[in-house]
Design a protein around this ligand. Structure first.
Ligand SMILES: Nc1ncnc2c1ncn2[C@@H]1O[C@H](COP(=O)(O)OP(=O)(O)OP(=O)(O)O)[C@@H](O)[C@H]1O
Ligand SMILES: [Mg+2]
Length: 223
């Protein structure tokens, strides 16, 4: 398995951007073994709102948010040429060896195993890292709507892109970033390089897969 590619729901804010990215994904799957993990996007935001309104239990919020990932995955499958959505990790792995784009819907696996902390610290980034571990992927690519992890909210003028950091450094970060709070803990134990990349520039994802230098953040694995 070459790479698990998590497609952030943030990219669906502009439909044209997501459609273009998914077309690129389809092309890349012809040359690279990829498994796509969907983000949560608006589907998870609805769950966040419901949690605030109804004070849901952490396990119910967690499960509902995972179902949100399934929903976004089904959407991705509709707009990604030559894709196939599946609840089975084995099928996803098998499809990654073909030219098709496997889109892994995580609810079945996660409801059965419940391997991750049931908290809003665990979102699709951590779930993608868990899937990358299961598949022994060599790269985890988190595709989002900003250039990577910044020192501050990238809306601020003084924000600077961090080109590389270790999971330990990410763990010490006491601010919000473009990745979830639990990811660093999983990356501490996983031998996988994690790249945070802007999907508005699909060629950057291609560069990451090709092992070329590009604008992104690398959260480097322990060697
Ligand atoms: N320090 C930071 N570095 C990078 N992005 C940040 C930072 N602080 C806040 N952000 C925000 O994080 C957002 C990306 O994370 P977000 O979780 O919203 O999207 P996503 O992970 O791509 O989508 P989803 O969570 O739906 O899968 C960016 O749009 C950016 O504005
Ligand atoms: Mg996110």
């Amino acid at each position: 398995m070459e790479a698990v590619v998590k497609v952030g729901g943030s990219l669906s804010e502009e439909p044209k951007v997501l459609i273009k990215f998914c077309a690129k994904l389809s092309q890349l799957a012809k040359n690279y073994g990829l498994v796509v993990v969907p983000g949560g996007g608006r589907f998870a935001d609805v769950v966040r709102d419901s949690d605030e309104q109804f004070n849901l239990s952490s396990s119910v919020s967690h499960r509902m948010a995972i179902l949100g990932m399934d929903q976004f995955g089904m959407l991705l499958a509709q707009i990604t040429p030559n894709s196939c959505a599946t609840y089975l990790l084995g099928d996803a792995k098998h499809l990654s060896q073909t030219e098709a784009v496997p889109i892994f819907l995580p609810s079945r696996l996660l409801f059965k195993e419940n391997p991750l902390k049931n908290s809003w610290e665990v979102t699709s980034d951590s779930i993608a890292a868990y899937v990358a571990g299961m598949l022994q992927a060599s790269k985890l690519v988190l595709v989002t709507d900003v250039d990577g992890v910044f020192t501050e909210d990238p809306a601020r003028k003084d924000a600077v892109l961090i080109e590389q950091l270790s999971p330990e450094e990410l763990l010490k970060f006491n601010k919000r970033t473009s990745v979830d709070r639990f990811l660093a803990k999983l990356l501490l134990e996983a031998p996988v390089d994690c790249y945070v990349v802007n999907g508005k520039y699909p060629e950057r994802v291609e560069a990451v897969l090709a092992g070329q230098q590009t604008t992104c953040t690398l959260i480097s694995a322990k060697k």
